[in-house]
Ligand binder design. Structure first.
Ligand code: ZN
Length: 160
């Protein structure tokens, strides 16, 4: 499924930007002398740093994953709720985009949790990254199976 894989990769990079922007908003919110810089990789990873921040560190750490998951899940459920109106999306893109966004949304939610409550573990080891990737791909498999089941049902009903 090359189309859905491409959508997953592109959505992953886009949400990595949103994640870093979430940290950046908190970094600059109400602060006068802060400096935020970030980088996003083509694998959908990202890193950033906020210099001069004096606010709540937990809120700063949570903000990236929270913004990215809110945006991802918001768009996904918005698309699901208005699926009949998306005439500009082709048949392959229509299910692949919300599925990718749901998987990545849960991934960013886990990232926000680990970043906030287990920060040393999150940054200190690769295990946290593997955990997030495992969550993303198991959600992807489950969502794809569910989609194929509902498609199979649709064909069944047409033949009755
Ligand atoms: Zn982050």
């Amino acid at each position: 499924m090359p189309v859905s894989l491409a959508i997953l990769v592109v959505s992953g990079i886009g949400l990595a930007f949103v994640h870093e922007i979430g940290h950046g908003i908190v970094c600059n919110w109400g602060e006068s002398n802060t400096y935020f810089e970030f980088a996003v990789s083509i694998t959908g990873g990202g890193e950033g740093r906020c210099v001069g921040y004096t606010g709540n560190v937990d809120f700063y750490r949570a903000a990236g994953g929270l913004l990215a998951s809110t945006v991802a899940l918001g768009i996904a459920f918005g698309m699901t709720a208005t699926s009949k109106k998306q005439f500009w999306l082709s048949g392959n893109v229509k299910p692949a985009l919300p599925i990718a966004l749901i998987c990545l949304g849960f991934g960013h939610l886990l990232a926000a949790t680990l970043e906030t409550f287990a920060f040393d573990f999150y940054l200190g080891s690769q295990v946290a990254m593997y955990l997030i990737q495992t969550l993303i791909f198991s959600t992807l498999v489950i969502a794809t199976i569910m989609l194929h089941r509902s498609r199979a049902k649709l064909v069944e009903h047409r033949h009755q």
